[in-house]
Design a protein around this ligand. Structure first.
Ligand SMILES: Nc1ncnc2c1ncn2[C@@H]1O[C@H](COP(=O)(O)OP(=O)(O)O)[C@@H](O)[C@H]1O
Ligand SMILES: [Mg+2]
Length: 251
């Protein structure tokens, strides 16, 4: 069996991770209709579900709480039995759509710290990724999930930035941490939502490949405002074309 490709998108908040992640899911599901694809919304701020037209019933955090409760009650079960159940319950929590499955980590109550659910996410990725050909992860903004080794299994790391200095700095620092903690096979940069792509045409980022430069996409922005899904965007929209170009180079 071919090894699962685990793609993750990381970068500053608001640079287009969710937009490009949903584009990846659409492109992969259209290009490889036979492939088993899992989309994971790993950002507690959510958004991927809406972009993909998924209605979330149960999140990984709901599951975590359920398991903790069961373990606390004892429920007459051995820990090992509970573990088997977890695997089964995770598949149960996946939402099946036309062409892909979906899982959201959810928004833990009590705010502040997402470490508990992030630790779960890491285990879940390890546990279920082999049942898929592609796992596409919409990462939380910033560096935490790389830092906490949630991204340890990732094979293809996409650094998303806008044209700003700050966005570039964030991907640089995430790359530094990723180089220490993640054994990814390939990585590359997507520069998104730029008004003048010419300005970036020969931009070099030391030690990183620019996979594509995506111009400002009015149709996509409007889609988002109206709450429409990525599947409703015309195929020639810049977000879809630019994402396809980046995917082609990485896969
Ligand atoms: N290429 C683009 N052109 C125009 N608007 C974009 C583009 N990419 C993303 N956006 C818009 O920018 C906002 C943030 O994008 P989003 O994908 O949610 O970023 P992130 O997930 O990194 O926070 C959204 O309103 C989205 O519609
Ligand atoms: Mg997002």
């Amino acid at each position: 069996m071919k090894k699962t490709k685990i793609l993750a998108l990381v970068g500053k908040g608001g640079v287009g991770k969710t937009s490009i992640c949903s584009a990846f899911v659409r492109i992969l599901s259209e290009k490889c209709p036979q492939a088993r694809i899992l989309a994971i919304d790993a950002d507690p701020a959510v958004g991927l579900a809406t972009a993909l037209g998924v209605e979330v019933r149960e999140t990984l955090d709901d599951l975590r709480l359920e398991i903790i409760e069961k373990a606390a009650q004892g429920a007459g079960k051995e820990a090992i039995e509970l573990l088997g159940e977890v695997r089964y319950r995770i598949f149960d929590a996946l939402i099946e759509k036309d062409g892909f499955s979906f899982l959201a980590i959810g928004r833990p109550e009590g705010a502040g710290c997402y470490c508990a659910v992030n630790a779960y996410l890491k285990e879940v990725i390890e546990m279920i990724s082999k049942d898929f050909d592609y796992v596409v992860i919409d990462g939380e903004a910033g560096i935490e999930q790389v830092n906490r080794r949630v991204m340890e299994q990732v094979t293809h790391l996409f650094f998303i930035t806008d044209g700003s200095k700050k966005g570039m700095q964030v991907i640089r620092s995430i790359k530094q941490v990723a180089d220490e903690l993640v054994t990814y096979e390939k990585c590359g940069v997507i520069i998104n939502r730029v008004d003048d792509p010419e300005l970036f045409s020969d931009l070099e980022i030391p030690d990183m490949d620019v996979l594509s430069v995506i111009e400002s996409d009015g149709a996509h922005a409007k889609n988002d405002i109206l709450g429409k899904t990525i599947f409703e965007l015309p195929a020639d929209a810049p977000v879809l074309r630019g994402s396809a170009k980046a995917l082609e180079q990485m896969l």
